[in-house]
Design a protein around this ligand. Structure first.
Ligand code: GRF
Length: 213
């Protein structure tokens, strides 16, 4: 499955995805890295993994539609089948999202549907949440919605700052995102209405608890 990764910044999730996708034993193929920002640190991953890195700078386009058309053209040119948003900081119009329906995934640093939007870690700490986490989901036009493929939970500790919680969550993101993309590439993931069904999904044998017993 020819996969593109879209970034805007440092690209640590892109690194985790490319690391998985460039292994021999994955059905996914790392085919393209795209940044909407020419100064994104993550663009260096193209060289690291031998994957084409393309800049589609949104400031070169007068409208969001024109930018997204250019993005779509690049994805088509590389015959992309799956698009992974990994810290891609542009909202995408419904047209684009619908063109890539069920082939466009995102990672969000909260346990959706809680804490959509920005500042997820600060808000979770302020609310006194005991468990936080991250979510990989198919993208729908409304921000941070869409069928959930996978989630990983991390504890919120008493002395956490937004930065320390973000770091713990990011480590979980680097585990979760490649795992979910691998499931998609293995064609084990189906969308049924608002839910995702996974063939041969491992059945968990415990509960997540914080404070732990
Ligand atoms: C991650 O926390 C991701 O969940 C969010 O943006 C951040 C991107 O970080 N969507 P990185 O560029 O992958 O390091």
């Amino acid at each position: 499955m020819r996969t593109a990764i879209l970034i805007s910044g440092r690209g640590s999730n892109a690194d985790a995805l490319l690391s998985m996708l460039t292994q021999d034993n994955t059905p996914g193929v790392a085919s393209l890295l795209v940044s909407n920002r020419p100064d994104a640190g993550g663009l260096a991953l193209g060289d690291k993994y031998g994957v084409p890195a393309v800049i589609v700078d949104h400031t070169d386009y007068d409208t969001r539609d024109a930018f997204e058309d250019a993005l779509h053209d690049v994805l088509k040119e590389y015959e992309i089948e799956l698009v992974c948003l990994a810290g891609f900081m542009r909202l995408l119009n419904a047209d684009f999202v619908n063109r890539w329906r069920d082939r466009l995934v995102n990672i969000h640093p909260s346990l959706l549907p809680a804490y959509k939007g920005l500042e997820t870690h600060a808000r979770a700490i302020e609310d006194g949440a005991r468990i936080a986490g991250c979510t990989v989901h198919f993208v729908r036009p409304e921000m941070d919605t869409g069928p959930i493929i996978g989630q990983a939970a991390v504890p919120v500790l008493q002395d956490d700052t937004p930065e320390s919680l973000a770091a713990r969550t990011l480590a979980a993101e680097h585990q979760l995102y490649p795992y979910c993309v691998r499931l998609i590439a293995e064609k084990r993931v189906r969308v049924k209405e608002k839910r995702v069904l996974i063939d041969e999904c491992p059945i968990p044998n415990g509960i997540l608890m914080m404070p732990s017993a």
